[in-house]
Design a protein around this ligand. Sequence first.
Ligand SMILES: NCCCC(=O)N[C@@H](Cc1c[nH]cn1)C(=O)O
Ligand SMILES: [Zn+2]
Ligand SMILES: [Zn+2]
Length: 480
Amino acid sequence: MSSPVDRYFELVDQNQQKFIEALREVVAIPSVSSDASRRGEVVRMGEWLQARWEALGATCKRVDPGKQDLHGVELDLPPVILGQYGNDSSKKTVLVYGHYDVQPALLEDGWDTDPFTLVETADGRLVGRGSTDDKGPVLGWLLCAETHKQAGLEFPVNLKFCFEGMEESGSEGLDEIIVAEADKWFKGTDVVCISDNYWLGTKKPCLTHGLRGVSYFHLEISGPGADLHSGVFGGTVHEPMVDLVHLLATLVDSSGRIKVAGIYDQVMEETEAEEQSYEGLEFSHAALAGDLKRDVIIHADERATLKHRWRIPTLSIHGVEGAFYAPGDKTVIPARVRGKFSLRTVPNMEPARVAELVTAHLNAEFGKLGSKNVMRVIETHGGRWWYSSPKHPNFVAAARATERVYGVTPDLTREGGSIPVTLTFEENLGVNVLLLPMGAADDGAHSINEKLDRRNYICGIKLLGAYLHEIAVTDLTVPA
Ligand SMILES: NCCCC(=O)N[C@@H](Cc1c[nH]cn1)C(=O)O
Ligand SMILES: [Zn+2]
Ligand SMILES: [Zn+2]
């Protein structure tokens, strides 16, 4: 007699094509949260999920977070779908989070095929916007529950879920809902699992126990009351763009070193155990250079690259608002420009201290210019870093599940990006949070030709189920 988990795996294998059709159906809903004209599609996607979970017997609560001002257009925020599947006091309760909105995508951005039509390539790539970020994983939880029910398999845990439609646009309204529901809808949660990130490479699965934070700034330089003719005024007025370019160049050098005094002071000391944790990870500069399509890597070895992604703060310059950027030549002096940059922050940096250091640096550098323009530094948004122990039983259960599906011990990774909701759950629910990725490093989330490999999708659906079965038999008490 095969075990329930083995039976579940067999069923997942038998239903592969059906699962791909389900992914095709959701990829075809262009739920782009940053596009006002697509807001109805985002809502439709949330309603699709709610209907499908309710058909299975889950109890759902649709929470409408209110209104959003999107560049002057007032829009209803898409619903957060809260759910509860099973309510057996003898079982553990797992809360899963995911998002059903996606990044924008247009064929003319360079996609090989229509981004909202799922295409399976001969080498097993399921190409389509949202396939890996995050519709594949969100669907994975649903298909896992449906498969159990259809086969009459006992579902191993009580499942709570929280699916939002604004993750790609700053998760507006979500934190307030989590805080308000911490002792209500989320009461009784034993552990949280989020599947919304990626393996370090393309072959070996991983569990993720750390994320960097982000502190985002605008640096505004205002000069004359209107744009000027450079032939008339060039060399006779202080140009905002000249000041801005100079200031941006004082922030970071070409080797990625941040030039803001004091910024590295709060960075956590590295321990011997951490140094050893880089051994054996599936990560190579050759593969990274391949993904980048050109070797533009700064560091000499893989370990240094990972440290600069995970445990060292970095500063990136993103763009300039108000600057001339169209093709062709225009002899204008822009009157007001806004440079945009952000720092990725790491343990134990405090956002308030980061803002203080950045502002002091820019004030000092601007002072040196002797410019009559006006400078403003604005911190527009931020999120804190997250760092957790991979020794928690939640991670141990996930590692066992991974071994069962893939036959290997997963890598333990951190990520350079930010998922602020991770910390919101950890702090407000007081339980352990695990990041359990489905997709691979080369999936191209946010990029053109986003894909999820068939292998990752099918094994990922097995993994989510195996994880829930492992949680059911794991003592979640943290050893003293
Ligand atoms: N692999 C998961 C990363 C998710 C992600 O891309 N998060 C964004 C969040 C963000 C922060 N500010 C604006 N968006 C990120 O850029 O890290
Ligand atoms: Zn995502
Ligand atoms: Zn994303």
